[in-house]
Design a protein around this ligand. Structure first.
Ligand SMILES: Nc1nc2c(ncn2[C@@H]2O[C@H](COP(=O)(O)OP(=O)(O)O)[C@@H](O)[C@H]2O)c(=O)[nH]1
Ligand SMILES: [Mg+2]
Length: 334
């Protein structure tokens, strides 16, 4: 039986063997904040399971391999032994592996279904989360992931619709001190589920971003980068652009969000707390898409694809991709 490496350094060693440079993004979250939806949106397909089922202590790592036709992967035991390995893997296989208490780690690779594609070697690590916010293992599982997974960027997904109501304060405090030993790692706060806010009830996005900013600086995160995000909606938009079929509920949600955000399209981008050049770049992309939309309208052409691209642009997903791209470029050319 072959012994395999743990999550620590597996992607990096693989990368150096093939001459490629890998870039690892660790995704952490408070309960059901939308971590897996966020990872799926970055992959561009519903590869990982998102329902609230019994969670294992399993870390799922997904690597982008440009041009690969299918996704393939393997799962490993607590002793780092390969338990199963599959080509052309289906979400149902991953779901079964994830539900198996003998499985500690899943590694997957395939070509991300996004346009443009990320640079070769991007690895996303989805971490386990508890079903119950009172779960005492929550902080422990997160810290274990922070200690064992190699990462250059950390995305911490906050649930905008439950901000401050869950006991993630203790987890974030521990994370803050843990990261003090790991300088030069970027942390991006994904303020997810902003589509659930109701501005007419005083739940304006600006106020939520300001609250998160206060909350995070209070914990000790200096100058936090905060991205208002709609991970599930971004995933649905990408699925339609990739000609995948949505469920009725997903279709309705997508249509409703397209209508809701059509009035003030740049609102989410304006409130994001990100470096100026990134924000300007996103606003410019949105303006270009809007000009192209108007030209299509004038020519009597359909705008569905353009509408989805605009939604993706404001969804927060494109912003995080721009941040990752920028970080990878500055590592390459310091
Ligand atoms: N409305 C809304 N729901 C979301 C969003 N992101 C995720 N969800 C839903 O939140 C639930 C939990 O999501 P999941 O990705 O499994 O969260 P995880 O437990 O953090 O991995 C699922 O029902 C998702 O469809 C979002 O941006 N907006
Ligand atoms: Mg999950």
């Amino acid at each position: 039986m072959t012994h395999r490496q743990g999550p620590e350094g597996s992607a990096n060693r693989k990368a150096s063997a093939t001459g490629r440079s890998s870039f690892d993004v660790l995704v952490l979250a408070t309960m059901s904040a939308g971590k897996t939806s966020f990872v799926n949106a970055l992959i561009g397909t519903e590869l990982l399971h998102t329902a609230n089922e019994a969670t294992t202590a399993c870390i799922t790592s997904v690597e982008h391999r440009q041009g690969a036709r299918d996704f393939s992967g393997a799962c490993y035991s607590y002793e780092n032994q390969e338990l199963a390995c599959l080509q052309n893997i289906a979400p149902s296989h991953i779901r079964n592996w994830n539900a198996n208490s003998d499985v500690k780690r899943i590694t997957l690779n395939g070509s991300f279904r996004t346009s443009p594609s990320p640079a070769q070697g991007l690895v996303l690590h989805d971490t386990p989360g508890p079903n119950n916010s009172q779960d005492t293992h929550h902080a422990q599982l997160m810290l274990e992931a922070v200690r064992t997974v190699p990462f250059q960027a950390l995305c911490y997904v906050l649930n905008a619709s439950q901000l401050g109501t869950q006991d993630d304060h203790a987890v974030l405090t521990q994370l803050r001190s843990e990261l003090a030993f790991r300088p030069n790692r970027s942390i991006y706060f994904i303020l997810n589920k902003v589509d659930l806010l109701d501005p007419e009830k005083g739940e304006g996005i600006d106020a939520y971003v300001n609250n998160s900013h206060r909350y995070l600086t209070g914990i000790g995160f200096e100058r936090p980068v905060i991205i208002p995000t709609m991970a599930s909606v971004a995933l649905y938009a990408r699925m339609v652009l990739n000609h995948h079929t949505l469920t009725r509920v997903q279709r309705l949600k997508l249509r409703q969000t397209l209508i809701e955000f059509s009035e003030d399209k740049s609102a989410l981008l304006r409130t994001a707390v990100v470096p100026d050049p990134i924000k300007k770049g996103m606003l410019k992309t949105l303006a270009t898409l809007e000009r192209q939309r108007n030209a299509r309208l004038l020519a009597g052409k359909c705008c569905e694809k353009n509408d989805l691209q605009q939604l993706l642009t404001i969804s927060g997903l494109k912003t995080i991709e721009a941040l990752i791209k920028h970080q990878r470029q500055s590592i390459k050319n310091p």
